[in-house]
Design a protein around this ligand. Structure first.
Ligand code: COS
Length: 386
């Protein structure tokens, strides 16, 4: 249920101030140390950020999708590593439990996630199954009261710090595609579960990804989400529909920040005796970014509102994620161009924003996967209408 507007605006204001006054000054430090300070994580928990999407009955704030999108637009204005501290936990890491878990599973995990005691991540991708997620190979074979997991998950965000993971694995090896996949909650410390070393990445320093390795890892059968086999791929897809709106909103915030930096620089930097903002070719870049952001913002909020209204937003979420991530790529590219040579050196931050933004077009479904989702839905609807 939506908060009353006054309470929500206070929350949004508090997050905006936290981003501007607390997080932005730490951006260089986080990039250099490749770590978000523990103190900041504690402050995030105190603000309730780990409970944003967890319903009130489980100790969270329970924001609507539209409210979440507005919040993500603020959080997107600073380094992605900060959002990642709790973003995976409140998003793809926990939503499978919330959407399809049993009451006991919700009671057991969601209250701890809501207060930041339990970090949740999402393990779908594998070395041989990225975009083609339905053909994942990790197996989870039932043996008495347990499932025995074998396989490797790859590029799992927050895995190095995760207390639990939503893991998609094949419970029926006779079914090759989506129907053989189930989703589980796997706890850190389960014997047979280990982690690879964090990958060195192009950007987003401070947010970590690594392999998750299952070697005869025995997971209690009660951790099968919803106690139902064969529906894990659908759980993952529903989680990603939601995650894509969240991410589209983050892209809007990231692009907004790039534009603000470019605008401020253009107004201050002088060439040929005048601020470069007075040159029409620079103005064109600023105007194109402004327009791009406006379009992505409207699209993202519209998709969020439709989801809140109970509509199936598979198409809208894919449209928003594709458009917003691509537009964010254009926005950071133009920002570097406005900064010129200074945009290419590390001191000003736009170079880092450029690298950080590159991931948005890849994770939680590449642009090409969004195109497939959109076009398939269009064709299905057309055929159904005949
Ligand atoms: N919500 C609910 N169910 C969904 C769904 C959604 N958004 N999308 C698909 N499904 C269901 C389908 O209805 C189908 O069910 P039935 O077999 O009962 O008809 C089942 O899931 C399989 O769907 P589909 O046949 O479309 O699967 P495909 O193998 O063709 O794959 C894509 C579909 C490519 C869209 C999917 O694999 C995908 O999104 N890949 C990208 C994965 C991704 O984002 N990875 C990033 C990792 S997370 S950082």
């Amino acid at each position: 249920m939506a908060m009353d507007p006054e309470t929500f605006n206070q929350l949004l204001d508090a997050i905006r101030r936290f981003v501007t006054e607390r997080l932005m000054p730490l951006e260089h430090q986080v990039a250099n140390d490749d770590a978000v300070p523990d103190e900041v994580k504690r402050e995030m928990a105190e603000m309730g950020l780990f409970g944003l999407t967890i319903p009130e009955e489980y100790g969270g704030i329970g924001v609507t999708m539209e409210e979440e999108a507005q919040i993500c637009m603020e959080l997107g204005r600073t380094s992605p590593a900060f959002r990642s501290v709790f973003g995976t936990s409140i998003g793809i890491g926990s939503q499978g439990i919330l959407m399809d878990g049993t009451d006991e599973q919700k009671q057991k995990y969601l209250p701890k996630i809501a207060v930041g005691e339990c970090v949740a991540s999402f393990a779908l991708t594998e070395p041989d199954a990225g975009s083609d997620a339905a053909h994942l190979k990790t197996t989870a074979i039932r043996d008495g009261d347990e499932y025995v997991f074998n396989g490797t998950k790859r590029f799992i965000t927050n895995a190095p710090s995760a207390d639990i993971m939503t893991v998609m694995a094949r419970t029926n090896p006779d079914i090759d595609g989506a129907g053989g996949v189930s989703s589980f909650i796997v706890e850190r410390g389960t014997p047979g579960l280990s982690f690879g070393k964090p990958e060195k990445k192009m950007g987003q320093q401070g947010a970590h990804i690594c392999d998750v390795i299952f070697d005869d890892c025995r997971v209690p059968a009660e951790n099968l989400i919803g106690h139902k086999e064969g529906v894990g791929f659908k759980t993952a897809m529903k989680v990603l529909d939601r995650g894509r709106i969240h991410l589209a909103a983050v892209c809007v915030g990231h692009a907004q920040r790039a534009m603000e930096e470019a605008l401020a620089y253009a107004c201050e930097r002088k060439q040929f005796g005048q601020p470069i903002a007075d040159f029409q070719l620079v103005q064109a870049m600023l105007a194109d970014t402004k327009t791009d952001i406006y379009a992505a913002r409207c699209m993202t909020l519209d998709a969020a509102k439709k989801r809140d209204a109970g509509d199936n937003v598979s198409t809208e979420a894919a449209c928003a994620k594709m458009f917003a991530s691509e537009m964010c790529g254009r926005a950071v590219d133009r920002a570097v161009q406005v900064f010129g040579g200074s945009g290419y050196v590390a001191d000003h931050g736009v170079e880092r924003m450029y690298r950080d933004a590159r991931l948005y077009r890849i994770y939680e479904g590449t642009t090409q996967i969004q195109q497939i989702v959109i076009a398939r839905n269009m064709i299905r609807e057309w055929r159904d209408s005949l």
